[in-house]
Design a protein around this ligand. Sequence first.
Ligand SMILES: N#Cc1c(-c2ccc3ccn(Cc4ccc(CN5CCCCC5)cc4)c3c2)n[nH]c1N
Length: 234
Amino acid sequence: MTMRLDYLSIFPGYFDVLDISLLGKAVDNGLVEVHAHDLRDWTHDRHRTVDDTPCGGGAGMVMKPDPWGEAFDGIIGIEPDPSVHVIFPTPSGIPFTQSAAQELSTVERVVFCCGRYEGIDHRVIDYARTMWTVHELSLGDYVLNGGEVAALAITEAVVRLIPGFMGNPESLAEESFSPGQERLLEYPLFTRPVSWRGMDVPEVLMSGHHGRIAEWRREESLLLTRDRRPDLTD
Ligand SMILES: N#Cc1c(-c2ccc3ccn(Cc4ccc(CN5CCCCC5)cc4)c3c2)n[nH]c1N
């Protein structure tokens, strides 16, 4: 299966980065195909206007619905198709989680709608919901200037789960937040040299005793999780 990823944005250049690293390899291997689109290509005025003042007043500008609607018609089509998943990154979205990434990794087509300014006219989202499967997602409780960075983060979390993408799929199963895994933070990692600037790799990791190593790693994960993410231990 090839996953098709479309990105709608006034800064399509953000997505040039998808041509490099592992994601570039996934494109070369035909696992994913990436299409970035400039929303301004669906404007008709000299200034290629995509925003206007908010109805009801308030700070900043709101993205006009017209360019989005015409872009949807051109990129996705005018017939409803629930198999198309349209993602609106937004500060008011549902927190994006590993389980959401897992679900999205099985989808054949994802369209990211990257807003800017104060956001997108809500009718765009309402329209999309009549046509496709819509996800309003947030990366976390901090404020970005637009949806592009969130789209990139969601893309990486999803694509790495596509079967055949990662060299050793076993490593995926071990990761914290993976399905079936206890919700624990990962233990500290070490590699050679054994001694570095007066600091040594913990002896147990050099013992070759797999049972003790597993026990040490679990204990370290429990301590770290209790300290940094007590919410995961509920
Ligand atoms: N994913 C994700 C995000 C985003 C994100 C995603 C998409 C867009 C599109 C535009 N912006 C900028 C922006 C910033 C602040 C506000 C807040 N409101 C402003 C108006 C009055 C009420 C409050 C809105 C829009 C975006 C931010 N931020 N943080 C995440 N985890």
